[in-house]
Ligand binder design. Structure first.
Ligand SMILES: [Zn+2]
Length: 147
């Protein structure tokens, strides 16, 4: 009877190939990919020469494909939109103002979707320093009543 062992990736039992006595992954495509990935991660962790070579190769690739990320962003609007949102969030956090602006109270100025700083305000309208950053998506706006 042939001895079986359990694949390190999928956990299924498999019979090692005769010419690969120490086989630890089954022969499925996904598990062989996992084997190579594990091998590479292991090398990156333990082999500084390999790490340097990889870093150099990636830098060289980037130098030869300088338009890659620009094209990637153009082709992936969701990725681009997320980047923009995160940048707006960082911008909002940079310009924290402790005093609430009066026009917050004197709506009905239109409220735009976007990132806002939300904080407790006391009776004098002075916002306390602690503020939450919140994202408000305007789904509908009040309309003027019919006259
Ligand atoms: Zn497997």
């Amino acid at each position: 009877m042939k001895s079986t062992r359990l694949c390190l990736a999928c956990g299924n039992a498999f019979v090692p190939l005769r010419h690969v006595p120490h086989q630890r992954y089954c022969s499925s495509k996904a598990c062989q990919r996992a084997r190579r990935r594990d091998w590479q991660n292991n090398r990156l962790r333990n082999d500084s020469d390999y790490r340097d070579n990889q870093a150099r190769a990636q830098a060289k690739w980037r130098a030869g494909h300088s338009g890659y990320w620009r094209e990637y962003r153009a082709a992936h609007p969701a990725y681009r939109e997320r980047n923009r949102s995160m940048q707006r969030l960082r911008n909002a956090q940079r310009s924290v103002r402790p005093i609430a602006k009066m026009d917050v109270i004197s709506l009905p100025r239109s409220l735009d979707s976007g990132f806002y700083l939300l904080s407790h305000a006391d009776d004098a309208g002075v916002a306390k320093m602690n503020a939450w950053t919140v994202h408000i998506a305007v789904l509908s706006a009040p309309t003027a009543p019919p006259t």
